[in-house]
Design a protein around this ligand. Structure first.
Ligand code: C2E
Ligand code: CA
Ligand code: CA
Ligand code: CA
Length: 278
Protein backbone atom coordinates (compact mmCIF):
# COMPACT_ATOMS: atom_id res chain seq x y z
CA UNK A 1 0.00 0.00 0.00
CA UNK A 2 2.86 2.27 0.88
CA UNK A 3 4.43 1.69 -2.50
CA UNK A 4 1.24 2.52 -4.37
CA UNK A 5 0.81 5.71 -2.35
CA UNK A 6 4.33 6.69 -3.08
CA UNK A 7 3.86 5.98 -6.75
CA UNK A 8 0.64 7.94 -6.78
CA UNK A 9 2.34 10.87 -5.13
CA UNK A 10 5.35 10.86 -7.36
CA UNK A 11 3.14 10.56 -10.41
CA UNK A 12 1.19 13.60 -9.27
CA UNK A 13 4.37 15.50 -8.49
CA UNK A 14 5.82 14.56 -11.84
CA UNK A 15 2.81 15.80 -13.78
CA UNK A 16 2.87 19.05 -11.79
CA UNK A 17 6.49 19.49 -12.73
CA UNK A 18 5.75 18.73 -16.35
CA UNK A 19 3.00 21.32 -16.37
CA UNK A 20 5.17 23.95 -14.76
CA UNK A 21 8.00 23.13 -17.13
CA UNK A 22 5.75 23.35 -20.17
CA UNK A 23 4.47 26.66 -18.92
CA UNK A 24 7.95 28.08 -18.42
CA UNK A 25 9.08 26.72 -21.76
CA UNK A 26 6.12 28.32 -23.50
CA UNK A 27 6.83 31.63 -21.77
CA UNK A 28 10.46 31.45 -22.85
CA UNK A 29 9.36 30.66 -26.41
CA UNK A 30 6.81 33.47 -26.41
CA UNK A 31 9.48 36.02 -25.44
CA UNK A 32 11.45 34.89 -28.48
CA UNK A 33 8.42 34.82 -30.73
CA UNK A 34 7.82 38.53 -30.24
CA UNK A 35 11.00 39.51 -32.03
CA UNK A 36 11.60 36.29 -33.93
CA UNK A 37 9.11 36.60 -36.77
CA UNK A 38 6.99 33.72 -35.48
CA UNK A 39 3.82 35.76 -35.04
CA UNK A 40 1.46 36.16 -37.97
CA UNK A 41 -1.99 37.42 -38.71
CA UNK A 42 -4.86 35.70 -40.40
CA UNK A 43 -7.61 37.85 -41.86
CA UNK A 44 -11.28 36.94 -41.77
CA UNK A 45 -13.49 38.87 -44.20
CA UNK A 46 -16.41 40.95 -43.00
CA UNK A 47 -19.32 41.21 -45.43
CA UNK A 48 -22.22 43.60 -45.88
CA UNK A 49 -25.38 41.69 -44.92
CA UNK A 50 -27.65 40.72 -47.80
CA UNK A 51 -27.54 38.48 -50.80
CA UNK A 52 -24.47 39.72 -52.59
CA UNK A 53 -21.03 39.08 -51.19
CA UNK A 54 -19.53 42.50 -50.72
CA UNK A 55 -16.40 42.60 -48.57
CA UNK A 56 -16.23 45.60 -46.24
CA UNK A 57 -13.04 44.73 -44.42
CA UNK A 58 -11.38 42.09 -42.30
CA UNK A 59 -10.69 41.12 -38.72
CA UNK A 60 -7.05 40.46 -37.92
CA UNK A 61 -6.63 37.29 -35.84
CA UNK A 62 -3.32 36.44 -34.22
CA UNK A 63 -1.47 33.17 -34.83
CA UNK A 64 1.86 31.89 -33.55
CA UNK A 65 3.90 29.66 -35.82
CA UNK A 66 5.77 27.82 -33.08
CA UNK A 67 9.04 26.22 -34.23
CA UNK A 68 8.17 22.83 -32.67
CA UNK A 69 4.48 22.88 -31.77
CA UNK A 70 3.12 24.11 -35.08
CA UNK A 71 0.50 26.79 -35.58
CA UNK A 72 -0.90 27.95 -32.23
CA UNK A 73 -4.25 29.68 -31.79
CA UNK A 74 -4.78 32.69 -29.50
CA UNK A 75 -6.46 30.66 -26.76
CA UNK A 76 -3.19 28.72 -26.38
CA UNK A 77 -1.05 31.75 -25.55
CA UNK A 78 -2.97 35.04 -25.14
CA UNK A 79 -3.71 34.42 -21.46
CA UNK A 80 -0.03 33.79 -20.77
CA UNK A 81 0.86 36.92 -22.71
CA UNK A 82 -1.61 38.93 -20.62
CA UNK A 83 -0.34 37.59 -17.30
CA UNK A 84 3.26 38.38 -18.14
CA UNK A 85 2.74 41.75 -19.80
CA UNK A 86 4.04 40.37 -23.11
CA UNK A 87 0.66 41.26 -24.57
CA UNK A 88 1.84 44.88 -24.81
CA UNK A 89 4.65 44.28 -27.34
CA UNK A 90 2.60 41.52 -29.00
CA UNK A 91 -0.47 43.74 -29.24
CA UNK A 92 1.64 46.50 -30.67
CA UNK A 93 3.01 44.16 -33.29
CA UNK A 94 -0.56 43.16 -34.21
CA UNK A 95 -1.61 46.80 -34.48
CA UNK A 96 1.30 47.66 -36.78
CA UNK A 97 0.98 44.56 -38.92
CA UNK A 98 -2.77 45.06 -39.36
CA UNK A 99 -2.23 48.71 -40.31
CA UNK A 100 0.51 47.70 -42.74
CA UNK A 101 -1.82 45.24 -44.47
CA UNK A 102 -4.67 47.76 -44.51
CA UNK A 103 -2.37 50.35 -46.11
CA UNK A 104 -1.68 47.87 -48.94
CA UNK A 105 -5.41 47.30 -49.45
CA UNK A 106 -5.95 51.05 -49.33
CA UNK A 107 -3.32 51.59 -52.02
CA UNK A 108 -5.07 48.95 -54.16
CA UNK A 109 -8.23 51.03 -54.01
CA UNK A 110 -10.10 49.49 -51.06
CA UNK A 111 -10.40 52.82 -49.34
CA UNK A 112 -13.70 52.09 -47.69
CA UNK A 113 -12.47 48.90 -46.01
CA UNK A 114 -11.59 48.66 -42.35
CA UNK A 115 -9.21 46.34 -40.62
CA UNK A 116 -10.31 45.26 -37.14
CA UNK A 117 -7.85 44.59 -34.33
CA UNK A 118 -8.74 42.92 -31.04
CA UNK A 119 -7.51 44.67 -27.90
CA UNK A 120 -7.04 42.72 -24.70
CA UNK A 121 -8.17 44.28 -21.42
CA UNK A 122 -4.52 44.71 -20.36
CA UNK A 123 -3.73 46.59 -23.57
CA UNK A 124 -6.84 48.70 -23.27
CA UNK A 125 -5.84 49.91 -19.79
CA UNK A 126 -2.19 50.44 -20.71
CA UNK A 127 -1.11 54.08 -20.62
CA UNK A 128 0.71 53.79 -23.96
CA UNK A 129 -2.35 52.71 -25.94
CA UNK A 130 -3.33 56.04 -27.47
CA UNK A 131 0.24 56.80 -28.52
CA UNK A 132 0.73 53.33 -29.96
CA UNK A 133 -2.44 53.55 -32.04
CA UNK A 134 -1.46 57.02 -33.31
CA UNK A 135 2.05 55.77 -34.17
CA UNK A 136 0.77 52.72 -36.09
CA UNK A 137 -1.61 54.86 -38.16
CA UNK A 138 1.06 57.46 -38.87
CA UNK A 139 3.72 54.94 -39.75
CA UNK A 140 1.49 53.45 -42.44
CA UNK A 141 -0.10 56.75 -43.52
CA UNK A 142 -3.51 55.32 -42.75
CA UNK A 143 -6.67 57.36 -42.13
CA UNK A 144 -7.91 56.57 -38.61
CA UNK A 145 -11.32 55.45 -39.84
CA UNK A 146 -9.70 52.49 -41.66
CA UNK A 147 -8.94 50.97 -38.26
CA UNK A 148 -11.56 49.34 -36.04
CA UNK A 149 -10.56 48.49 -32.49
CA UNK A 150 -12.59 45.66 -30.97
CA UNK A 151 -12.88 45.53 -27.20
CA UNK A 152 -15.14 43.10 -25.40
CA UNK A 153 -18.21 44.31 -23.59
CA UNK A 154 -16.69 42.97 -20.36
CA UNK A 155 -13.51 45.01 -20.85
CA UNK A 156 -15.51 48.14 -21.63
CA UNK A 157 -17.58 47.62 -18.48
CA UNK A 158 -14.78 46.83 -16.05
CA UNK A 159 -14.15 50.44 -15.09
CA UNK A 160 -16.81 52.45 -16.85
CA UNK A 161 -15.34 55.92 -16.24
CA UNK A 162 -11.83 54.94 -17.29
CA UNK A 163 -13.19 53.17 -20.38
CA UNK A 164 -15.25 56.18 -21.39
CA UNK A 165 -12.14 58.37 -21.19
CA UNK A 166 -10.01 55.99 -23.29
CA UNK A 167 -12.75 55.33 -25.83
CA UNK A 168 -13.37 59.08 -26.03
CA UNK A 169 -9.75 59.74 -26.98
CA UNK A 170 -9.76 56.97 -29.60
CA UNK A 171 -13.03 58.23 -30.98
CA UNK A 172 -11.67 61.82 -31.17
CA UNK A 173 -8.76 60.42 -33.14
CA UNK A 174 -11.29 59.08 -35.64
CA UNK A 175 -10.72 55.39 -34.93
CA UNK A 176 -13.74 53.12 -35.42
CA UNK A 177 -14.82 51.34 -32.21
CA UNK A 178 -16.55 48.01 -31.88
CA UNK A 179 -17.93 46.31 -28.75
CA UNK A 180 -17.13 42.61 -29.15
CA UNK A 181 -18.94 39.62 -27.64
CA UNK A 182 -21.93 41.86 -27.06
CA UNK A 183 -24.74 40.37 -25.00
CA UNK A 184 -22.48 38.41 -22.65
CA UNK A 185 -21.72 41.33 -20.31
CA UNK A 186 -24.00 43.57 -18.33
CA UNK A 187 -24.00 46.95 -20.02
CA UNK A 188 -26.62 49.31 -18.72
CA UNK A 189 -28.51 51.18 -21.40
CA UNK A 190 -27.38 54.46 -19.90
CA UNK A 191 -23.75 53.44 -20.15
CA UNK A 192 -24.20 52.14 -23.67
CA UNK A 193 -25.74 55.43 -24.68
CA UNK A 194 -22.68 57.36 -23.43
CA UNK A 195 -20.23 54.97 -25.07
CA UNK A 196 -18.66 56.52 -28.18
CA UNK A 197 -18.80 53.20 -30.06
CA UNK A 198 -19.68 52.69 -33.72
CA UNK A 199 -20.50 48.99 -33.76
CA UNK A 200 -21.91 46.19 -31.65
CA UNK A 201 -20.72 42.72 -32.42
CA UNK A 202 -23.25 40.09 -31.39
CA UNK A 203 -21.60 37.24 -29.56
CA UNK A 204 -21.15 34.04 -31.50
CA UNK A 205 -23.07 32.08 -28.86
CA UNK A 206 -26.38 33.72 -29.84
CA UNK A 207 -25.80 33.02 -33.54
CA UNK A 208 -24.83 29.39 -32.96
CA UNK A 209 -28.14 28.39 -31.40
CA UNK A 210 -30.30 30.69 -33.47
CA UNK A 211 -32.24 27.93 -35.17
CA UNK A 212 -32.69 25.77 -32.10
CA UNK A 213 -33.33 28.41 -29.47
CA UNK A 214 -36.06 30.96 -30.03
CA UNK A 215 -34.72 33.05 -27.11
CA UNK A 216 -31.56 33.69 -29.07
CA UNK A 217 -33.47 35.01 -32.06
CA UNK A 218 -35.38 37.32 -29.71
CA UNK A 219 -32.14 38.52 -28.09
CA UNK A 220 -30.53 39.23 -31.46
CA UNK A 221 -33.58 41.09 -32.62
CA UNK A 222 -33.50 43.17 -29.41
CA UNK A 223 -29.79 43.94 -29.90
CA UNK A 224 -30.49 45.05 -33.47
CA UNK A 225 -33.29 47.35 -32.27
CA UNK A 226 -31.00 48.73 -29.57
CA UNK A 227 -28.23 49.32 -32.08
CA UNK A 228 -30.58 51.09 -34.45
CA UNK A 229 -31.89 53.31 -31.67
CA UNK A 230 -28.34 54.25 -30.66
CA UNK A 231 -27.12 54.58 -34.24
CA UNK A 232 -24.67 51.71 -34.01
CA UNK A 233 -23.80 49.21 -36.74
CA UNK A 234 -24.65 45.63 -35.88
CA UNK A 235 -22.31 42.81 -36.84
CA UNK A 236 -23.04 39.14 -36.33
CA UNK A 237 -20.09 36.77 -36.05
CA UNK A 238 -19.91 33.00 -36.28
CA UNK A 239 -22.27 32.67 -39.24
CA UNK A 240 -21.94 29.04 -40.33
CA UNK A 241 -25.14 28.24 -42.22
CA UNK A 242 -27.21 29.80 -44.95
CA UNK A 243 -30.26 29.81 -42.77
CA UNK A 244 -28.37 31.78 -40.11
CA UNK A 245 -27.28 34.20 -42.80
CA UNK A 246 -30.84 34.66 -44.04
CA UNK A 247 -32.17 35.02 -40.51
CA UNK A 248 -29.57 37.61 -39.45
CA UNK A 249 -30.02 39.61 -42.63
CA UNK A 250 -33.78 39.53 -42.09
CA UNK A 251 -33.42 40.72 -38.49
CA UNK A 252 -31.56 43.78 -39.77
CA UNK A 253 -27.88 43.08 -39.05
CA UNK A 254 -25.59 45.34 -41.07
CA UNK A 255 -22.69 42.99 -41.55
CA UNK A 256 -21.82 39.36 -41.19
CA UNK A 257 -18.75 37.31 -40.46
CA UNK A 258 -18.31 33.56 -40.23
CA UNK A 259 -16.99 30.33 -41.68
CA UNK A 260 -19.88 30.20 -44.18
CA UNK A 261 -18.67 33.41 -45.80
CA UNK A 262 -14.95 33.22 -45.18
CA UNK A 263 -12.52 31.66 -42.73
CA UNK A 264 -9.52 33.46 -41.26
CA UNK A 265 -6.64 32.99 -43.74
CA UNK A 266 -3.22 34.54 -44.50
CA UNK A 267 -3.33 37.81 -46.46
CA UNK A 268 -2.40 36.28 -49.85
CA UNK A 269 -5.22 33.77 -49.59
CA UNK A 270 -7.60 36.51 -48.47
CA UNK A 271 -6.65 38.59 -51.52
CA UNK A 272 -7.13 35.65 -53.85
CA UNK A 273 -10.59 35.07 -52.34
CA UNK A 274 -11.56 38.70 -52.89
CA UNK A 275 -10.40 38.55 -56.53
CA UNK A 276 -12.46 35.40 -57.07
CA UNK A 277 -15.58 37.19 -55.82
CA UNK A 278 -15.09 40.23 -58.04
P1 C2E B 1 -13.01 36.91 -31.18
O1 C2E B 1 -12.49 38.29 -31.25
O2 C2E B 1 -14.42 36.71 -30.73
O3 C2E B 1 -12.75 36.31 -32.64
C1 C2E B 1 -13.62 35.43 -33.29
C2 C2E B 1 -13.15 33.99 -33.18
O4 C2E B 1 -14.15 33.17 -33.74
C3 C2E B 1 -11.88 33.70 -33.97
O5 C2E B 1 -11.17 32.65 -33.29
C4 C2E B 1 -12.43 33.18 -35.29
O6 C2E B 1 -11.54 32.31 -35.99
C5 C2E B 1 -13.62 32.41 -34.81
N1 C2E B 1 -14.67 32.31 -35.82
C6 C2E B 1 -14.95 33.17 -36.82
N2 C2E B 1 -16.00 32.74 -37.55
C7 C2E B 1 -16.40 31.58 -36.98
C8 C2E B 1 -17.44 30.65 -37.29
O7 C2E B 1 -18.23 30.80 -38.22
N3 C2E B 1 -17.56 29.57 -36.46
C9 C2E B 1 -16.71 29.37 -35.42
N4 C2E B 1 -16.89 28.28 -34.68
N5 C2E B 1 -15.72 30.22 -35.11
C10 C2E B 1 -15.57 31.32 -35.88
P2 C2E B 1 -9.61 32.76 -33.00
O8 C2E B 1 -8.88 33.31 -34.19
O9 C2E B 1 -9.17 31.44 -32.44
O10 C2E B 1 -9.54 33.87 -31.87
C11 C2E B 1 -10.09 33.61 -30.61
C12 C2E B 1 -10.04 34.83 -29.74
O11 C2E B 1 -8.69 35.23 -29.48
C13 C2E B 1 -10.69 36.05 -30.39
O12 C2E B 1 -12.07 35.99 -30.23
C14 C2E B 1 -10.03 37.17 -29.63
O13 C2E B 1 -10.69 37.38 -28.39
C15 C2E B 1 -8.66 36.60 -29.33
N6 C2E B 1 -7.68 37.20 -30.28
C16 C2E B 1 -7.43 36.90 -31.57
N7 C2E B 1 -6.47 37.69 -32.09
C17 C2E B 1 -6.10 38.53 -31.09
C18 C2E B 1 -5.16 39.62 -30.98
O14 C2E B 1 -4.47 39.99 -31.93
N8 C2E B 1 -5.08 40.24 -29.78
C19 C2E B 1 -5.85 39.89 -28.72
N9 C2E B 1 -5.70 40.56 -27.55
N10 C2E B 1 -6.75 38.89 -28.77
C20 C2E B 1 -6.87 38.22 -29.95
CA1 CA C 1 -13.13 40.12 -32.23
CA1 CA D 1 -16.36 37.82 -30.55
CA1 CA E 1 -32.64 29.76 -24.05
Amino acid sequence: AKGAGKNGYSFFEQSMNTNARNHLQLLHDLRQAVDGRELLLHFQPKFAAGNGRRVIGAEALLRWQHPRRGLLMPDQFIELAEKTGLIIPIGNWVLNEACRQMSLWYAEGHRDWRVAVNLSAVQFCHAGLIGNVRAALDRHHLPANCLTLEITETTAMRDADASLAILGQLSDMGVDLSIDDFGTGYSSLLYLKRLPANELKIDRGFVRDLERDSDDAAIISAIVALGQALDLRIVAEGVETESQQAFLTGLGCDSLQGFLLGKPVPAEQFNAGVKALA
